[in-house]
Design a binder for this molecule. Structure first.
Ligand code: ACO
Length: 447
């Protein structure tokens, strides 16, 4: 092979055959398809990359979010997360993620108007919601109802049409908080609250969650701002599990409601959207500050993990965790201090001085303090992943849009390395050897 730029290439020698290949390198990556030509013999399929969990495989080129995990850097469209958290609003950040630039005042006002006027849901969705059992998990309800939106908006199938894409994006950002609040009210047996479009994005969500008999809900401005910043911090995180799900499902050409429902489904898992709940459970289990050293010892001895610590990408303090810690103090000024906060602070203090955590580069991540804030605001633990989903929606949609427009993309369809049986002939049921059947049953039970 002749690479495009031979100074920017790999020279690969296949020791099985002694043949040498040159593989182009672009943007610090090679195309695994360029390895397909490397064969042991003519009828060989060619070399594959094996990378479960995509630890070292880029699935796309993206202009949206930049992370440098070693230096603790997170930027949306080039803007540091710290600046957005301090100066921006969630809706402005959503605009930035989706459109690529910060809006001027006129565009921001129009965008805000557009989102606010898509907050209501079709009344049939209420019947759909009512069909869930009284104790249904709000995240399960969100997965189902976001998917159901696709049946209300069949025009969304026209994903090649930019105007249609824009409309679905506004609808989804506007309606997700409404569905989220309805899922909570359903589980509590409370009547649903209609959106109040005079309130901010976060204020309206708090109203739909917590308004009772008052004529008008007035959100606490500190909690309203804290929630808005938490949404900003969760708005995107490049190719994480749920975003990858949105892109993979979207690559089939399906409408964005169905693709985003797949993102919600991925976020439902405890390894993704559920870690802040695990932090709260861990803090409750520790119980008091004086038990912290004993707990740290048990983690070091291998009896469990310090939840809310460590990250696949960040090998430094997660920049979002620093901002969240500050918000936690602001929120507790309003709500009263949770005794769990003192346990968390002591855990962090000891862990950051302990060689076990230092040598493994384990620092607090986004989940270490976020659950404490949500709990102080009155959200039940079941709602934590739902809150994550509200924040992540602009990220999913900007990544989905980028994917739809990306000419390099194809339907997501990984390869496998087949290690099963070679071809064999079917055997009549009476002739199957007994030990073979038992072996299969044993394997099935293990599944
Ligand atoms: N507590 C104690 N030890 C830990 C922790 C932790 N939280 N995290 C990692 N380690 C140790 C591992 O035991 C391992 O030690 P070893 O080398 O002696 O075997 C080493 O650090 C590396 O751990 P890995 O599991 O290989 O790291 P990985 O990058 O795969 O895992 C993860 C990252 C899953 C986040 C991990 O740090 C973890 O389980 N943390 C706790 C759960 C959590 O907070 N998850 C939320 C992540 S943020 C988010 O998803 C939004």
């Amino acid at each position: 092979m002749t690479p495009a730029n031979s100074g920017n290439s790999l020279t690969v020698t296949d020791n099985r055959t002694g043949k040498t290949y040159e593989v182009p390198v672009e943007n610090g990556a090679f195309k695994t398809m360029d390895f397909r030509q490397i064969k042991e013999s003519d009828d060989d399929f060619g070399l594959l990359g094996y990378d479960p969990g995509f630890l070292n495989t880029a699935s796309c080129k993206s202009n949206i979010t930049f992370i440098d995990g070693d230096r603790g850097i997170l930027r949306y469209r080039g803007y540091p997360i710290e600046q957005l958290a301090e100066h921006s609003t969630f809706l402005e950040t959503a605009y930035l993620l989706i459109k690529g630039e910060l809006p001027d005042q006129e565009r921001l006002s129009q965008w805000t108007f557009n989102i606010r006027h898509h907050t209501m849901t079709h009344s049939n969705l209420v019947k759909f919601m009512d069909g869930f059992r009284y104790d249904a998990h709000p995240m399960g309800i969100l997965v189902g109802t976001v998917g159901a939106l696709s049946t209300f908006y069949p025009d969304a199938k026209d994903i090649g049409n930019i105007d249609s894409r824009k409309l679905q994006i506004r609808r989804l950002i506007g309606k997700i908080p409404t569905l989220a609040a309805m899922s909570f009210r359903h589980s509590m047996g409370f009547p649903y609250v209609q959106p109040d479009n005079d309130l901010s994005f976060a204020g309206n969500f708090l109203s739909m969650m917590f308004r009772m008999t008052e004529l008008r809900y007035t959100p606490n401005p500190v909690l309203e701002r804290a929630l808005d910043v938490l949404f900003i911090l969760h708005a995107d995180h490049e190719q994480n599990c749920s975003t990858n799900a949105v892109r993979a499902v979207g690559s089939s050409g399906v409408d964005p409601y169905t693709a985003v429902a797949a993102g919600c489904a991925a976020l439902y898992g405890p390894k993704h959207g559920g870690a802040n709940e695990a932090v709260i459970r861990m803090l409750m289990e520790i119980g008091s500050v004086d038990k912290v050293p004993e707990f740290i010892q048990s983690v070091k001895a291998g009896s469990g993990r310090l939840m809310g610590f460590g990250h696949r990408v960040y090998k430094n303090y997660d920049p979002r965790a620093k901002i969240i810690k500050k918000i936690a103090f602001e929120v507790f000024e309003e709500t009263g201090r949770s005794p769990l906060l003192d346990i968390a602070l002591e855990l962090e203090r000891i862990a950051l001085e302990d060689d076990y955590f230092i040598s493994r580069k384990l620092y607090p991540n986004v989940d270490f303090y976020s659950g404490l804030i949500y709990q102080a605001m009155g959200f039940p633990m079941d709602m934590f992943p739902v809150l994550f989903a509200i924040g992540r929606i602009p990220g999913w949609l900007s990544q989905w849009s980028e994917h739809v427009k990306d000419g390099d993309q194809k339907i997501a369809r990984p390869r496998q390395i087949y290690l099963g049986e070679a071809e064999r002939d079917w055997v009549a049921v009476d002739s199957r050897p007994r030990n073979r059947v038992e072996e299969q049953l044993h394997d099935t039970c293990r599944l």
